[in-house]
Structure formats: C-alpha cells, structure tokens
Write a protein that binds this ligand. Structure first.
Ligand code: ATP
Ligand code: MG
Length: 288
C-alpha cells in the first residue's frame, strides 16, 4: 500500500522578517496521513514556526524569507488559498484564551464553522460531535472566559475540531492547565487517534503523557529537524536526548538504565503501566 503524505516538508528554511537568523534551516519531514506525530525540542528551537508553516500562516500571514516547500496533501502551501488551508489544517494554540472571541462556548464553536461556510443543516451535528468528544457539551451556554483553564483548552480544541480538519495541530496543549485537565487532553487525543480519520500533530514538552500515542517523534533543535523515529527507538538513546535537552518519560529512562547495567533486556516501556508490567516480569524471571 502506498503511503499518502499529509505533510511533506522539503529543504525548508524560514527567516522572520525582523530576525537576523533563520528560525528553520533545511528542514525535511514527512508525516503520513492518519498518523500521530509528537514534536519535541527545547524552547525557541522552531517547533511553533514549523507548525505555522504547515498551517500556512507562514508565508500567508507572516512576512519573511522562505526557501524550499511545504506540501499539505500534495499541494504546496504557498500556492494554496487561505480558506482552503483553514479547512484542511486546524491549529490550537497553547494559550486558549488568545483565540476566544464569542460570548458563549457554543458561539465560539459556531464562529469557526460559519467562517468556513459549513451548511446550516450540518452545524448542529458538528457542534454536538465536537463538544461531546471534548467533554464540553454541558458548557455550551457558558461564557468562555468564565470556565476553568482545562475547560478553556477543551473549548479551543472543540472549536477547531468542529471544522473537521484533515490535520489537527495542538501546540503545547497542556502547558497552561492542571493535571486533570492534561489527562483529559490526552484522552481526547487518544479518542481521535482511534478514529483514524485525522492526522494529529502535538507539540509538547510533557512527553510522558503523549509518547505512547505517537507513531513518530520529531526532534526540532536549533532550527533543524535532527531526529525522526518511532517513540521506543526515539527514547532509547539517552545520551543523544540529553545532548539535545529532551527528557524521556521517567519510566523509559529507568528501564534504559537497567538495560545498560545488564539487568533488563526487553523493550523499553513508555508508560507507567508498561513499566509496572515490565517490572513484574523482571521479578518473575529472577525468581525462576
Ligand atoms: N514573529 C516572529 N518574529 C521574529 N522572530 C520570531 C517570531 N516568532 C518566533 N521567532 C523566533 O524564531 C525562533 C523559533 O521560535 P519558535 O516559537 O518557533 O520556537 P518554539 O520551539 O516553538 O519555542 P517554545 O518551546 O518556546 O514555544 C526563536 O528564536 C524565536 O525568537
Ligand atoms: Mg512554541
């Protein structure tokens, strides 16, 4: 079966107009349709810039110097109109309030739908689907500024999801919210992944929560994509990660260290549950 690429970034470089240095240099990256990609990297490394290039805000809304190409479903973003891109790629910023404009949660979700010209008769169903999936269905008549941080983040996700984008980008979706809120965002991502119909890209420092969902992990470092690998492979090389300021999930680090000392030789766990299972197996093996 041939892979259909949701995103193809080819020899892409970008310099913001006011900047002296290029924010991204010679980036190459391919993202398969329907996959889940986790993007990691230290602050200011260019993660958001790369997402803006996929969303098309670079170069459509931001001035600067561009080299190379970004294609979304085969079409160069540079030559795709903003309304077409708006439907294809949904982008949720880390700070949910920055994108609120309406007086109620329902209007907030509705706003995007009207903007992209969704027919009247589809609107109710879309609001229902997006608000149920993001667990905000009981908040529809509340003002979006009068709800908790986690709820705000979920409303922001709902308003983008309702537009049914082919690609959903969440840029640090848990950076501003409490642990329960984080779990709920992870749950939404897991459900969306299970539907298999959307290509999902999550930028996160908090890799613990998202690593197990990822098909591939991308490391952006000082304006370049320096590694792309499936999560178990990605988080194996502790030295490389430390050199690039990335912290693997704690449980992965623990088992990688056990393995280095010859105490463990299985696959590295990515979640606490996997770690607990591997730990019990290790004990059972020792006893026999
Ligand atoms: N509008 C802009 N104009 C000029 N320079 C910018 C602009 N936006 C970002 N930059 C610069 O581009 C570089 C990459 O920034 P970017 O926001 O993409 O990094 P990031 O990896 O998303 O960081 P963070 O983890 O802090 O969100 C930084 O040096 C930043 O200062
Ligand atoms: Mg960023």
């Amino acid at each position: 079966m041939t892979v259909r690429w949701a995103v193809e970034v080819e020899d892409f470089s970008w310099r913001y107009q006011q900047a002296r240095e290029f924010a991204l240099r010679d980036v190459n990256l391919k993202i398969p349709e329907g996959s889940f990609t986790l993007v990691v990297g230290p602050n200011e490394s260019g993660k958001t810039t790369l997402m803006l290039a996929i969303k098309g805000l670079i170069p459509h809304s931001l001035p600067g110097t561009l080299r190379g190409t970004v294609r979304v479903f085969g079409q160069p973003v540079e030559h795709t109109s903003a309304p077409v891109l708006a439907k294809r790629v949904g982008y949720v910023f880390g700070d949910p309030e920055a994108q609120f404009t309406a007086l109620t949660v329902e209007e907030e979700i509705l706003f995007g739908l009207e903007n992209i010209g969704v027919p009247e008769e589809e609107i109710g169903e879309r609001i229902r689907w997006a608000s149920e999936l993001t667990m905000v269905a009981d908040l529809l008549d509340k003002p979006p500024y009068d709800i908790s941080g986690g709820q705000k983040q979920r409303v922001a996700i709902a308003s983008v999801l309702a537009m049914r984008p082919d690609i959903l980008i969440l840029d640090e979706p848990t950076s501003m919210i409490d642990p329960l809120g984080k779990d709920q965002v992870v749950q939404i991502c897991a459900e969306l992944k299970a539907t298999g119909s959307m290509t999902i890209i999550v930028v996160e420092h908090n890799v613990e929560a998202f690593a197990h969902l990822a098909d591939q992990v991308v490391l952006v470092y000082r304006g370049q994509v320096v590694r792309v690998a499936p999560p178990r492979e990605f988080f194996e090389d502790l030295e490389f990660l430390a050199q690039h300021d990335v912290s693997p999930p704690q449980v992965t680090t623990l088992f990688a260290l056990l393995r280095e000392r010859g105490l463990y030789n299985g696959a590295l766990p990515l979640t606490d549950d996997e770690g607990i299972a591997a730990g019990w197996q290790l004990l059972a093996g020792e006893g026999s």
